[in-house]
Design a protein around this ligand. Structure first.
Ligand SMILES: Cc1ncc(COP(=O)(O)O)c(C=O)c1O
Length: 398
């Protein structure tokens, strides 16, 4: 079946965060919202059908996770990433951000440190500080349009002020983002290996947020961190979900894969009383997505590839002052707007008021975000072209 990604759907007045509060967020109603990671495409029809079927049974009870769901997760991870996981490793949470908060609670005490690689998806900051921990900044390095990890700096996070290896490092974990939001890198196996050897070699854990792992551009493949070695598996927590891939963020259902039994128990202890079971529609949608969503996903990825190519060409030919950091995955583009010569608040104002587009401002992603904007290109082409045209006119009028 051929799916339609071109029709612009009216999402106003549907309790949709992306479109519903433009005036409150951007100060005006006429911006094209291209901020939060939510796509302007209806989800795959098999998911809608499964939800409608489930809604027709008028008992919305406390849930138990059906073994068929875990089977679908195990099967998908094997099929997509050739990673063999055991059913008992899978724990469910109502979203990945809650899982990050729980993981940090499980691994730390107040005063401990967690490594973040900025610029980074901003809710990571709250996951660290919300448990009374501190951020150990291991910021990414941008060289000739490409971001890389800084391994020398990472190593230094585990050393005392005197430069010696700290006997009792306060760094308990890193929250890795792969594929990386906002910069769009898909970390290679070699990069993950080098990072993992440093972190795990110093007794810390890798919390790997892999929520964007199925949204990759041509030529790139995803390596689940824990699939690299048994040692990595035993010292990591991998967070996955169908929510970005199939546009289901309002259903809040994620699968957290924790191979190590002790870590899994600590995670469950830290979530006790806060989380009990998945939302009934979340678990229904997750299983349907993983079992029946592939045909839709294949066409979505083609469409996103097209949107990326259109956008890259447009900026290159018509708005060359703004440079795109070419993404390898995610539908989020990291725009280098530094050549416009605006400070952060002036850039924010320019995008909202002159260009009338609603982006996520780069500075909210932490160190290295100043002068950048994050643009969500998961929308029908007519909307994308309208936004590109607005930016072009605004830049030409500067
Ligand atoms: C890297 C990353 N992690 C987590 C989330 C949100 O996860 P959830 O809605 O499942 O809490 C997002 C959403 O944009 C994201 O980009």
């Amino acid at each position: 079946m051929k799916y339609d990604f071109d029709t612009v759907c009216d999402r106003k007045n549907t309790d949709c965060a992306k479109w519903g509060a433009l005036k409150a967020i951007f100060g005006r109603d006429d911006v094209i919202p291209m901020w939060v990671a939510d796509m302007d495409f209806p989800t795959a029809p098999p998911i809608v059908e499964a939800l409608q079927r489930r809604a027709g049974h008028p008992f919305y009870s406390y849930t138990m996770t059906p073994p068929s769901l875990t089977e679908a997760v195990v099967d998908r991870v094997k099929r997509k990433f050739n990673w063999k996981i055991e059913p008992e490793w899978v724990v469910y949470t109502p979203g990945v951000v809650p899982a990050l908060h729980i993981a940090v609670r499980a691994l730390t005490r107040p005063g401990d440190e967690i490594v973040l690689q900025e610029p980074i998806y901003y809710p990571f900051f709250g996951a660290v500080t919300g448990s009374g921990c501190q951020i150990a900044h291991n910021n990414l390095k941008l060289t000739r349009g490409r971001y890389n990890m800084d391994f020398t700096d990472l190593e230094s996070k585990f050393r005392s002020a005197a430069g010696m290896r700290a006997a009792h490092s306060r760094v308990k974990a890193i929250i890795l983002c792969n594929p990386q939001n906002p910069i769009g890198r898909v970390w290679t196996r070699e990069e993950l290996k080098q990072m993992g050897e440093i972190v795990i070699g110093h007794g810390a854990v890798v919390i790997s947020d892999e929520i964007h792992c199925e949204l990759l551009y041509k030529g790139f493949s995803h390596t689940p961190f824990a699939s690299i070695s048994e040692e990595f598996a035993q010292n990591s927590i991998v967070c996955m979900a169908p929510s970005k891939t199939f546009n289901l963020p309002g259903l809040q259902a994620s699968s957290i894969i924790i191979p190590n039994k002790k870590l899994r128990e600590s995670f469950s202890d830290a979530s006790a009383g806060i989380i009990h079971g998945l939302n009934i529609f979340g678990l229904t949608a997750m299983e349907a997505a993983y079992r029946y969503g592939d045909e839709w996903l294949e066409q979505l990825l083609d469409y996103l590839q097209g949107n990326l190519e259109i956008t890259m060409t447009y900026f290159k030919e018509r708005i060359p002052k703004i440079k795109i950091i070419e993404p390898q995955g995610t539908y989020l583009l990291w725009l280098d707007c530094r050549a416009l010569g605006l400070d952060d608040l002036a850039l924010q104002k320019f995008m909202r008021e002159q260009a009338r587009v609603g982006f996520d401002d780069g500075f909210v992603f932490g160190v290295g975000g100043s002068g950048f904007e994050r643009m969500n290109i998961a929308c029908p082409r007519s909307l994308l072209r309208e936004a590109l045209g607005r930016i072009e006119v605004a830049v030409n009028e500067m």
